[in-house]
Design a protein around this ligand. Structure first.
Ligand code: AKG
Ligand code: FE2
Length: 233
């Protein structure tokens, strides 16, 4: 993310690059209006799901100058809640979502070569899903020892192949994307490639309050004058 314009508002979010945060109460009112749109949509999307909903208390503005993009990554840091919402501003971009290569192949690259995944979740859509699922079930039912399970996997999982995008979305000015669910960040990753023009992404996240210095908690709070919070109209 070096080179991108970055500005953090609300609770400090220092995972990406340590950036100074500005309290919501001190920021420009338009930023609060943008944040309130993201709060509105996260509520709409997250309501009814089993994971506890937490209202975003942070906003990261990321600016993409000409020809910049953001490579594959996840937003699954421990300090974050399971809902991440982004408002796109400016140039059109394409967002890609793919299964992380290690879950796709069942193999991962370590310091000493390519190894079997310790706990292969065998996600629907992974490479060799049926045979991997069958082996895992036999192992879980006690029909295979761990050694036999590993040997069976070694036989079928020979090469690494790259994962591929499952979702490709064109994002236009004003579009909002919500990613909801910890597993989405655990097993999948996303990237964003603008069409070359200037673009800003305003991303709202929930930062777990216990991970922030108590004296900073107020930075994530604000109230809009009545009637100004976005209500979908
Ligand atoms: O640029 C975007 O739309 C998303 C940016 C993103 O993935 C991030 O800031 O983590
Ligand atoms: Fe992201």
């Amino acid at each position: 993310m070096t080179g991108h314009f970055l500005k953090n508002i609300g609770l400090p979010y220092s995972f990406v690059v340590p950036v100074q945060s500005e309290a919501f109460m001190d920021t420009h009112p338009d930023v609060l209006l943008a944040h309130s749109r993201l709060v509105w949509i996260t509520k709409k999307i997250a309501a009814g799901h089993d994971e506890e909903y937490q209202e975003p208390n942070e906003l990261l503005l990321v600016g993409y100058k000409k020809k910049m993009d953001m490579g594959y990554h996840d937003d699954g840091e421990k300090v974050l809640g399971p809902t991440v919402a982004t408002l796109s501003l400016g140039a059109t971009s394409t967002m890609f979502l793919r299964m992380k290569t290690k879950y796709f192949t069942g193999l991962h690259q370590t310091g000493n070569g390519i190894n079997l995944l310790k706990d292969d979740p065998v996600l629907p859509g992974c490479l060799l899903y049926d045979s991997r699922r069958a082996l895992k079930e036999q192992y879980e039912q006690g029909l295979l020892t761990e050694l036999e399970y590993d040997e069976g996997r070694r036989k079928i999982l020979k090469s690494t192949s790259d994962s591929f995008p499952r979702i490709k979305m064109e994002l236009h000015h004003g579009h909002m994307v919500v990613m909801h669910g910890a597993d989405l960040q655990r097993y999948y990753e996303h990237s964003v490639v603008p069409d070359g023009g200037l673009r800003f992404a305003a991303t709202a996240r929930y930062i777990k309050e216990h991970t922030v210095k108590p004296e900073d908690i107020w930075m994530g709070r604000y109230e809009l004058p009545s009637g100004q919070a976005y209500s979908g109209e």
